[in-house]
Design a binder for this molecule. Structure first.
Ligand code: NAP
Ligand code: GDD
Length: 292
Protein backbone atom coordinates (compact mmCIF):
# COMPACT_ATOMS: atom_id res chain seq x y z
CA UNK A 1 0.00 0.00 0.00
CA UNK A 2 1.40 3.42 -0.99
CA UNK A 3 1.64 6.09 1.67
CA UNK A 4 1.09 9.79 1.04
CA UNK A 5 1.57 13.01 2.99
CA UNK A 6 -0.64 15.92 1.92
CA UNK A 7 0.06 19.43 3.26
CA UNK A 8 -2.90 21.80 3.29
CA UNK A 9 -5.33 18.99 4.06
CA UNK A 10 -7.98 21.38 5.42
CA UNK A 11 -8.04 23.30 2.14
CA UNK A 12 -10.09 22.70 -0.99
CA UNK A 13 -7.53 20.73 -3.03
CA UNK A 14 -6.09 18.88 -0.01
CA UNK A 15 -9.44 17.40 0.92
CA UNK A 16 -10.33 16.48 -2.69
CA UNK A 17 -6.91 14.86 -3.17
CA UNK A 18 -7.38 12.85 0.03
CA UNK A 19 -10.72 11.57 -1.34
CA UNK A 20 -9.04 10.53 -4.61
CA UNK A 21 -6.06 8.81 -3.00
CA UNK A 22 -8.25 6.92 -0.50
CA UNK A 23 -10.22 5.59 -3.49
CA UNK A 24 -6.91 4.49 -5.01
CA UNK A 25 -6.00 2.58 -1.86
CA UNK A 26 -3.36 4.92 -0.41
CA UNK A 27 -2.70 5.27 3.30
CA UNK A 28 -3.28 9.00 3.70
CA UNK A 29 -1.60 11.38 6.16
CA UNK A 30 -2.81 14.98 6.23
CA UNK A 31 -0.73 17.80 7.61
CA UNK A 32 -2.63 20.51 9.45
CA UNK A 33 -1.55 23.54 11.43
CA UNK A 34 -1.92 23.91 15.14
CA UNK A 35 -4.56 26.62 15.42
CA UNK A 36 -6.83 27.98 18.14
CA UNK A 37 -9.99 27.01 16.27
CA UNK A 38 -10.01 23.86 14.16
CA UNK A 39 -11.07 24.34 10.55
CA UNK A 40 -12.57 20.93 9.79
CA UNK A 41 -15.36 21.77 7.30
CA UNK A 42 -13.56 20.12 4.39
CA UNK A 43 -12.11 17.23 6.38
CA UNK A 44 -14.95 16.23 8.71
CA UNK A 45 -15.79 13.27 6.44
CA UNK A 46 -12.13 12.15 6.50
CA UNK A 47 -11.66 12.05 10.25
CA UNK A 48 -11.80 8.25 10.61
CA UNK A 49 -10.10 7.53 7.28
CA UNK A 50 -6.83 9.42 7.41
CA UNK A 51 -4.19 10.32 10.02
CA UNK A 52 -3.79 13.99 10.88
CA UNK A 53 -0.31 15.25 11.72
CA UNK A 54 0.39 18.67 13.19
CA UNK A 55 3.12 20.62 11.42
CA UNK A 56 3.70 24.02 9.87
CA UNK A 57 5.55 25.08 6.72
CA UNK A 58 7.31 27.75 8.80
CA UNK A 59 8.76 25.17 11.22
CA UNK A 60 11.49 22.97 9.76
CA UNK A 61 11.61 20.47 12.64
CA UNK A 62 7.87 19.84 12.45
CA UNK A 63 8.17 18.97 8.74
CA UNK A 64 10.87 16.39 9.37
CA UNK A 65 8.74 14.88 12.14
CA UNK A 66 5.74 14.74 9.80
CA UNK A 67 7.87 12.82 7.29
CA UNK A 68 9.13 10.40 9.94
CA UNK A 69 5.59 9.81 11.23
CA UNK A 70 4.11 9.21 7.79
CA UNK A 71 7.08 7.65 5.94
CA UNK A 72 5.46 8.63 2.63
CA UNK A 73 6.15 7.53 -0.95
CA UNK A 74 4.62 10.76 -2.25
CA UNK A 75 4.32 14.28 -0.78
CA UNK A 76 1.86 16.82 -2.21
CA UNK A 77 2.69 20.32 -1.00
CA UNK A 78 -0.66 22.09 -1.23
CA UNK A 79 -0.33 24.30 1.85
CA UNK A 80 0.16 28.02 1.32
CA UNK A 81 -1.13 31.46 2.15
CA UNK A 82 -3.27 31.13 -0.96
CA UNK A 83 -5.39 34.29 -0.99
CA UNK A 84 -3.80 36.75 -3.44
CA UNK A 85 -5.53 39.80 -1.95
CA UNK A 86 -4.16 39.04 1.55
CA UNK A 87 -0.63 38.82 0.21
CA UNK A 88 -0.43 42.63 0.05
CA UNK A 89 -1.55 42.81 3.68
CA UNK A 90 0.98 40.15 4.75
CA UNK A 91 3.79 40.05 2.18
CA UNK A 92 6.36 38.71 4.62
CA UNK A 93 4.16 35.91 6.00
CA UNK A 94 3.14 35.02 2.42
CA UNK A 95 6.80 34.85 1.35
CA UNK A 96 7.63 32.74 4.38
CA UNK A 97 4.85 30.16 3.93
CA UNK A 98 4.18 30.16 0.19
CA UNK A 99 7.81 30.66 -0.88
CA UNK A 100 10.30 29.51 1.74
CA UNK A 101 7.90 26.83 3.02
CA UNK A 102 8.48 24.90 -0.23
CA UNK A 103 12.25 24.93 0.32
CA UNK A 104 11.77 23.77 3.92
CA UNK A 105 9.73 20.78 2.80
CA UNK A 106 12.27 19.92 0.08
CA UNK A 107 15.08 20.16 2.63
CA UNK A 108 13.14 17.93 5.04
CA UNK A 109 12.71 15.33 2.27
CA UNK A 110 16.41 15.52 1.43
CA UNK A 111 17.38 15.06 5.05
CA UNK A 112 14.92 12.20 5.53
CA UNK A 113 16.78 10.48 2.72
CA UNK A 114 14.07 8.32 1.17
CA UNK A 115 13.38 8.81 -2.60
CA UNK A 116 10.03 10.49 -2.09
CA UNK A 117 8.11 11.89 -5.07
CA UNK A 118 7.23 15.55 -4.54
CA UNK A 119 4.43 17.68 -5.99
CA UNK A 120 4.51 21.49 -5.73
CA UNK A 121 1.34 23.55 -6.15
CA UNK A 122 2.54 26.23 -8.57
CA UNK A 123 0.09 28.75 -9.94
CA UNK A 124 -1.03 30.64 -13.04
CA UNK A 125 -0.73 33.73 -10.84
CA UNK A 126 3.01 33.50 -11.70
CA UNK A 127 2.14 34.62 -15.27
CA UNK A 128 0.58 37.81 -13.85
CA UNK A 129 0.88 40.44 -16.55
CA UNK A 130 0.83 37.83 -19.25
CA UNK A 131 3.68 37.88 -21.74
CA UNK A 132 1.88 35.70 -24.29
CA UNK A 133 -1.49 34.04 -24.82
CA UNK A 134 -2.32 31.28 -24.16
CA UNK A 135 0.18 30.60 -21.38
CA UNK A 136 2.32 27.45 -21.53
CA UNK A 137 5.14 25.93 -19.46
CA UNK A 138 7.56 28.13 -21.45
CA UNK A 139 5.78 31.47 -21.03
CA UNK A 140 7.97 33.88 -19.00
CA UNK A 141 6.65 34.77 -15.54
CA UNK A 142 5.65 38.34 -14.63
CA UNK A 143 4.03 38.00 -11.19
CA UNK A 144 1.87 40.90 -10.01
CA UNK A 145 1.41 40.15 -6.30
CA UNK A 146 3.54 39.13 -3.30
CA UNK A 147 1.72 35.79 -3.57
CA UNK A 148 2.70 35.34 -7.22
CA UNK A 149 6.29 36.23 -6.43
CA UNK A 150 6.41 33.71 -3.56
CA UNK A 151 5.01 31.06 -5.93
CA UNK A 152 7.76 31.81 -8.46
CA UNK A 153 10.32 31.09 -5.74
CA UNK A 154 8.52 27.83 -4.86
CA UNK A 155 8.42 26.86 -8.53
CA UNK A 156 12.12 27.49 -9.15
CA UNK A 157 13.34 25.91 -5.92
CA UNK A 158 11.41 22.76 -6.88
CA UNK A 159 13.08 22.74 -10.30
CA UNK A 160 16.43 23.44 -8.63
CA UNK A 161 16.14 20.48 -6.22
CA UNK A 162 15.21 18.26 -9.16
CA UNK A 163 18.30 19.39 -11.06
CA UNK A 164 20.66 19.63 -8.06
CA UNK A 165 19.79 16.39 -6.26
CA UNK A 166 17.97 14.34 -8.88
CA UNK A 167 14.76 14.46 -6.83
CA UNK A 168 11.50 13.36 -8.44
CA UNK A 169 9.90 16.78 -8.07
CA UNK A 170 7.06 18.16 -10.21
CA UNK A 171 5.36 21.54 -10.33
CA UNK A 172 1.81 21.75 -11.54
CA UNK A 173 1.11 25.24 -12.89
CA UNK A 174 -2.58 25.14 -12.12
CA UNK A 175 -4.99 27.76 -13.37
CA UNK A 176 -7.92 28.79 -11.13
CA UNK A 177 -10.06 25.91 -10.02
CA UNK A 178 -13.05 25.85 -7.78
CA UNK A 179 -15.47 23.52 -6.04
CA UNK A 180 -18.14 23.43 -3.37
CA UNK A 181 -15.24 23.33 -0.87
CA UNK A 182 -13.68 26.59 -2.06
CA UNK A 183 -12.90 29.16 0.65
CA UNK A 184 -15.58 31.82 0.99
CA UNK A 185 -13.12 34.68 0.34
CA UNK A 186 -12.52 33.70 -3.32
CA UNK A 187 -14.72 35.35 -5.91
CA UNK A 188 -16.70 32.29 -7.10
CA UNK A 189 -17.79 31.32 -3.56
CA UNK A 190 -18.30 34.91 -2.53
CA UNK A 191 -20.74 35.23 -5.44
CA UNK A 192 -22.49 31.88 -4.93
CA UNK A 193 -22.81 32.51 -1.18
CA UNK A 194 -24.07 36.06 -1.83
CA UNK A 195 -26.69 34.76 -4.27
CA UNK A 196 -27.83 32.14 -1.77
CA UNK A 197 -28.32 34.93 0.78
CA UNK A 198 -30.13 37.18 -1.70
CA UNK A 199 -32.47 34.44 -2.90
CA UNK A 200 -33.38 33.52 0.68
CA UNK A 201 -33.97 37.14 1.70
CA UNK A 202 -30.96 37.38 4.03
CA UNK A 203 -29.21 40.07 2.00
CA UNK A 204 -29.84 42.32 -0.99
CA UNK A 205 -26.35 43.09 -2.29
CA UNK A 206 -22.96 41.57 -3.10
CA UNK A 207 -20.08 44.04 -2.99
CA UNK A 208 -17.19 43.12 -5.28
CA UNK A 209 -14.03 44.63 -6.76
CA UNK A 210 -12.89 44.43 -10.39
CA UNK A 211 -15.53 42.75 -12.59
CA UNK A 212 -13.47 42.82 -15.79
CA UNK A 213 -10.73 40.36 -14.80
CA UNK A 214 -10.78 37.12 -16.77
CA UNK A 215 -9.94 33.69 -15.44
CA UNK A 216 -9.55 30.16 -16.83
CA UNK A 217 -11.68 28.27 -14.29
CA UNK A 218 -11.61 24.49 -13.84
CA UNK A 219 -12.95 22.03 -11.26
CA UNK A 220 -10.79 21.01 -8.30
CA UNK A 221 -11.53 17.23 -8.30
CA UNK A 222 -10.33 17.06 -11.95
CA UNK A 223 -7.22 19.06 -11.12
CA UNK A 224 -6.16 16.91 -8.14
CA UNK A 225 -6.27 13.92 -10.48
CA UNK A 226 -3.83 15.78 -12.73
CA UNK A 227 -1.51 16.24 -9.73
CA UNK A 228 -1.56 12.52 -9.06
CA UNK A 229 -0.94 11.70 -12.74
CA UNK A 230 2.17 13.92 -12.74
CA UNK A 231 3.72 11.79 -10.00
CA UNK A 232 2.90 8.55 -11.86
CA UNK A 233 5.06 9.43 -14.91
CA UNK A 234 8.51 7.89 -15.52
CA UNK A 235 10.29 11.22 -15.11
CA UNK A 236 9.44 14.38 -13.21
CA UNK A 237 8.48 17.54 -15.08
CA UNK A 238 6.30 20.67 -14.88
CA UNK A 239 2.84 20.91 -16.42
CA UNK A 240 0.21 23.57 -17.05
CA UNK A 241 -3.28 22.44 -16.03
CA UNK A 242 -6.07 24.58 -17.47
CA UNK A 243 -9.29 24.42 -19.47
CA UNK A 244 -8.18 26.73 -22.31
CA UNK A 245 -11.34 28.84 -21.87
CA UNK A 246 -11.45 32.21 -20.20
CA UNK A 247 -14.38 34.13 -18.73
CA UNK A 248 -14.84 37.47 -16.95
CA UNK A 249 -16.31 37.97 -13.48
CA UNK A 250 -19.24 39.67 -15.27
CA UNK A 251 -19.94 36.50 -17.26
CA UNK A 252 -19.71 34.46 -14.06
CA UNK A 253 -22.28 36.78 -12.42
CA UNK A 254 -24.55 36.45 -15.42
CA UNK A 255 -24.55 32.64 -15.33
CA UNK A 256 -24.80 32.43 -11.53
CA UNK A 257 -27.73 34.87 -11.18
CA UNK A 258 -29.56 33.31 -14.15
CA UNK A 259 -29.24 29.93 -12.44
CA UNK A 260 -31.53 31.12 -9.63
CA UNK A 261 -33.88 32.95 -12.00
CA UNK A 262 -32.58 36.49 -11.37
CA UNK A 263 -31.56 37.79 -14.82
CA UNK A 264 -30.77 41.42 -13.82
CA UNK A 265 -27.69 40.85 -11.70
CA UNK A 266 -26.61 44.50 -11.95
CA UNK A 267 -29.27 45.51 -9.42
CA UNK A 268 -27.80 43.17 -6.80
CA UNK A 269 -24.09 43.84 -7.33
CA UNK A 270 -22.10 46.81 -6.08
CA UNK A 271 -18.42 47.62 -6.39
CA UNK A 272 -16.06 49.01 -3.78
CA UNK A 273 -12.46 50.20 -3.94
CA UNK A 274 -11.59 48.07 -0.93
CA UNK A 275 -11.90 44.90 -3.01
CA UNK A 276 -9.70 46.24 -5.82
CA UNK A 277 -6.09 45.03 -5.86
CA UNK A 278 -3.02 47.28 -5.97
CA UNK A 279 -1.97 45.42 -9.13
CA UNK A 280 -4.35 43.14 -11.01
CA UNK A 281 -3.92 40.03 -13.12
CA UNK A 282 -6.28 40.99 -15.93
CA UNK A 283 -6.32 37.91 -18.06
CA UNK A 284 -5.39 34.24 -17.74
CA UNK A 285 -5.87 31.48 -20.30
CA UNK A 286 -3.81 28.31 -20.22
CA UNK A 287 -2.61 25.87 -22.85
CA UNK A 288 -2.46 22.40 -21.28
CA UNK A 289 -1.42 20.56 -24.45
CA UNK A 290 1.65 19.03 -22.78
CA UNK A 291 -0.37 17.57 -19.91
CA UNK A 292 -3.16 16.34 -22.17
P1 NAP B 1 -6.73 26.61 0.32
O1 NAP B 1 -8.09 26.02 0.30
O2 NAP B 1 -6.59 28.05 0.72
O3 NAP B 1 -5.83 25.74 1.33
C1 NAP B 1 -4.60 26.19 1.79
C2 NAP B 1 -4.13 25.24 2.88
O4 NAP B 1 -2.83 25.66 3.34
C3 NAP B 1 -5.02 25.18 4.12
O5 NAP B 1 -5.16 23.83 4.49
C4 NAP B 1 -4.22 25.93 5.17
O6 NAP B 1 -4.47 25.51 6.48
C5 NAP B 1 -2.82 25.55 4.76
N1 NAP B 1 -1.77 26.42 5.33
C6 NAP B 1 -1.72 27.76 5.29
N2 NAP B 1 -0.61 28.20 5.91
C7 NAP B 1 0.06 27.11 6.36
C8 NAP B 1 1.26 26.90 7.08
N3 NAP B 1 2.03 27.91 7.50
N4 NAP B 1 1.65 25.63 7.34
C9 NAP B 1 0.88 24.58 6.96
N5 NAP B 1 -0.29 24.72 6.31
C10 NAP B 1 -0.69 25.97 5.99
O7 NAP B 1 -6.00 26.43 -1.07
P2 NAP B 1 -6.44 25.56 -2.36
O8 NAP B 1 -7.32 26.40 -3.21
O9 NAP B 1 -6.86 24.21 -1.94
O10 NAP B 1 -5.03 25.48 -3.14
C11 NAP B 1 -4.08 24.47 -2.84
C12 NAP B 1 -2.71 24.95 -3.28
O11 NAP B 1 -2.71 25.20 -4.67
C13 NAP B 1 -2.26 26.25 -2.63
O12 NAP B 1 -0.85 26.18 -2.46
C14 NAP B 1 -2.61 27.31 -3.65
O13 NAP B 1 -1.75 28.44 -3.50
C15 NAP B 1 -2.34 26.55 -4.93
N6 NAP B 1 -3.12 26.94 -6.11
C16 NAP B 1 -4.47 27.03 -6.01
C17 NAP B 1 -5.21 27.32 -7.15
C18 NAP B 1 -6.70 27.44 -7.10
O14 NAP B 1 -7.28 28.02 -8.04
N7 NAP B 1 -7.37 26.88 -6.10
C19 NAP B 1 -4.55 27.51 -8.39
C20 NAP B 1 -3.17 27.38 -8.43
C21 NAP B 1 -2.45 27.08 -7.29
P3 NAP B 1 -5.47 26.26 7.50
O15 NAP B 1 -6.80 25.58 7.34
O16 NAP B 1 -4.85 26.01 8.82
O17 NAP B 1 -5.50 27.70 7.11
N1 GDD C 1 -11.66 37.38 -3.98
C1 GDD C 1 -12.29 38.36 -4.64
N2 GDD C 1 -13.25 39.09 -4.00
N3 GDD C 1 -11.98 38.58 -5.94
C2 GDD C 1 -12.66 39.55 -6.60
C3 GDD C 1 -13.66 40.32 -5.99
C4 GDD C 1 -13.95 40.09 -4.62
O1 GDD C 1 -14.81 40.74 -4.02
N4 GDD C 1 -14.15 41.18 -6.92
C5 GDD C 1 -13.48 40.96 -8.06
N5 GDD C 1 -12.58 39.98 -7.87
C6 GDD C 1 -11.61 39.50 -8.89
C7 GDD C 1 -10.16 39.58 -8.42
O2 GDD C 1 -9.67 40.92 -8.52
C8 GDD C 1 -9.50 38.62 -9.40
O3 GDD C 1 -9.21 39.27 -10.60
C9 GDD C 1 -10.59 37.56 -9.65
O4 GDD C 1 -11.83 38.12 -9.14
C10 GDD C 1 -10.35 36.21 -8.99
O5 GDD C 1 -10.06 36.41 -7.62
P1 GDD C 1 -9.95 35.18 -6.60
O6 GDD C 1 -11.15 34.32 -6.69
O7 GDD C 1 -9.59 35.76 -5.27
O8 GDD C 1 -8.76 34.30 -7.22
P2 GDD C 1 -7.32 34.70 -7.79
O9 GDD C 1 -7.34 34.54 -9.28
O10 GDD C 1 -6.84 35.98 -7.24
O11 GDD C 1 -6.40 33.57 -7.14
C11 GDD C 1 -6.80 32.20 -7.17
O12 GDD C 1 -6.27 31.60 -8.32
C12 GDD C 1 -4.85 31.52 -8.40
C13 GDD C 1 -4.47 30.83 -9.72
O13 GDD C 1 -4.51 31.76 -10.76
C14 GDD C 1 -6.29 31.56 -5.89
O14 GDD C 1 -6.82 30.25 -5.78
C15 GDD C 1 -4.76 31.44 -5.88
O15 GDD C 1 -4.35 30.66 -4.76
C16 GDD C 1 -4.34 30.73 -7.18
O16 GDD C 1 -2.95 30.59 -7.23
Amino acid sequence: MKRVLITGITGMDGSHLADLLLEKGYEVYGMERRSSSKNRTNTEHLKDKITFLTADLTDQGSLLRALKDSNPDEVYNLASQSFVYASWEMPEQTGDVTGLGVMRMLEAIREYGKPIKFYQASSSEMFGKVQETPQTEDTPFYPRSPYGIAKVYGHWITKNYRESYGMFACSGILFNHESERRGIEFVTRKISDGIAQISTGLSNKIILGNLDAKRDWGYSPDYVEAMWLMLQQDTSDDYVISTGETHSIREFLDVAFNYVGLPNWEQFVGQDERYMRPAEVDYLCGDSTKAR
